[in-house]
Ligand binder design. Structure first.
Ligand code: FAD
Length: 408
């Protein structure tokens, strides 16, 4: 079948020092650092709020925040002092206050935000990225920039530029997806991994129980200052997280599983009063494309607790792989290790770096540094590095990250 080759005339709407694609934890970190350095910064986000999976995906707790300085520390301390941080494992936050605080941090840094706007394409000359094309209700527009930071969670901008990416394990398996949902009217505070399973077990084994548990290590995650909790229970196999038909099916299946799980939980006496408040607006895709960068982090690096000359943050979260069929979690114990800045730099390309869960690492490795605080720290480091490169007129590969990030 032939396809239509479009001949488009796209208006050029502006020029920025830095354009950030995606306003999740990584994008927020990048925007705040870039803006605070005085760079003219544009942040493009397809939804109507910042936080990505952390807010629109109803993800909690904020893992690996304890050892972090910089923006992560600021956010945790400010939310905690207002009574909006704590509860489950003492690291959960109130979603609405998080959204408000992220808006505040990014706008106070002088960053322009475009919500409800989708990144479409990078403007690239050979291997140098020069800007992006976006689409919104206003139509299609081009913006030029000195540097693009891809924080899309899918490496959209990097792929569009031509950067090589990888997907899944060596045998092509990806971590399963979860649609988080929120319940009200509960004070239940879960303890360990098997705690909830033991409570559910009796009802699951009752004759006539039609409910089939999609995931054995379920969590009911109590939120601070309210009688609400988010539930991590739905689990679905993913073959291609970039295919919109498949992702649409995941939403439908996720909502089906969420309602079934909620109705099952209600049959347990201690949860008989719970209410179903909402399912997450964004589907929880744990694993997507990973770029080929100047260095590729491996599980061995993590087990060994490797430090690097260009290490900029320490990760203490273990490798946590939700099995492809969704049945359980596989954990590999790691020692505190560093992320080298080279993992954020796409091999063979200029004018673009990547932050967040799509940096250069193996399938196993990404199952550790993918958590929210580490993604925010990556974004922040990316913002400071870009500042150095632009102000000193040097290639991003020449930036000494330990000098560029003020709190290292
Ligand atoms: C079900 C689930 C549970 C998890 N549980 C935890 C947990 O308990 N604790 C924890 O710390 N981490 C958890 N994680 C991991 C963590 O949430 C993610 O890995 C992390 O949010 C990744 O951050 P990011 O900034 O790279 O990407 P994302 O959070 O995915 O953000 C990407 C942003 O880019 C936007 N975007 C994407 N494409 C485009 C485009 N083309 N144009 C414009 N905008 C675009 C998206 O809307 C989004 O806002 C969980 C993940 C999942 C899926």
């Amino acid at each position: 079948m032939n396809y239509i080759e479009e001949n488009l005339k796209t208006p050029i709407s502006g020029e920025y020092d830095v354009i950030i694609v995606g306003g999740g934890p990584a994008g927020v970190g990048a925007a705040v650092a870039s803006g605070r350095c005085g760079l003219k910064t544009l942040l493009i986000e397809q939804t109507g709020c910042l936080g990505g999976m952390q807010t629109s995906g109803l993800v909690n707790p904020m893992f690996d925040n304890e050892n972090k300085s910089g923006l992560v520390r600021e956010i945790v301390d400010e939310l905690r002092s207002g009574g909006k941080f704590g509860a489950f494992w003492d690291m959960c936050f109130d979603y609405e206050y998080m959204k408000r605080l992220l808006d505040k941090k990014v706008t106070e840094a002088g960053v322009k935000i475009l919500f409800n706007t989708r990144f479409v394409k990078t403007i690239v000359e050979e291997t140098v990225v020069k800007g992006v094309i976006i689409e919104s209700k206003r139509g299609r527009e081009a913006f030029f920039s000195k540097m693009v930071i891809d924080c899309s969670g899918d490496a959209d901008a990097a792929v569009s530029a031509g950067v090589k990416t990888y997907l899944g394990s060596q045998n092509g398996e990806l971590q399963s997806a979860t649609l988080m949902f929120m319940i009200g009217n509960t004070d239940y505070m879960q303890d360990g991994q098997n705690d909830l399973y033991n409570i559910m077990k009796e009802n699951l084994e009752k004759p006539g129980c039609k409910y089939k548990l999609p995931f054995i290590h379920a969590y009911i995650i109590k939120l601070p200052g309210m009688r609400n909790a988010v539930v991590q229970l739905t689990h679905m196999r993913v073959n291609n997280p970039i295919d919109p038909f498949e992702v649409s099916q995941l939403y439908i299946e996720g909502r089906k599983q969420a309602v079934e799980a909620f109705e099952f939980l209600k049959t347990i006496p201690m949860f008989s009063d719970i209410t179903l408040l909402q399912t997450a607006p964004l589907i929880g895709i744990r694993e997507s494309r990973r770029i080929e960068g100047e260095y590729t982090l491996t599980a061995e690096d993590m087990v060994e607790g490797k430090k690097f000359d260009d290490g900029f943050t320490t990760v203490t979260f273990n490798i946590d792989i939700h099995k492809a069929d969704g049945s359980a979690q596989n954990c590999i114990k790691t020692k505190p290790y560093e992320i080298p800045f080279r993992c954020l730099i796409p091999k063979g390309y200029d004018g673009i770096i990547v932050a967040g869960k799509t940096i250069s690492g193996t399938h196993e490795a990404m199952a550790s540094y993918r958590v929210t605080s580490d993604c925010m720290a990556m974004g922040e480091a990316a913002g400071y590095a870009v500042n150095r490169a632009i102000k000193n007129n040097i290639n991003i590969r020449e930036v000494n990250i330990k000098e560029a990030v003020p709190y290292i």
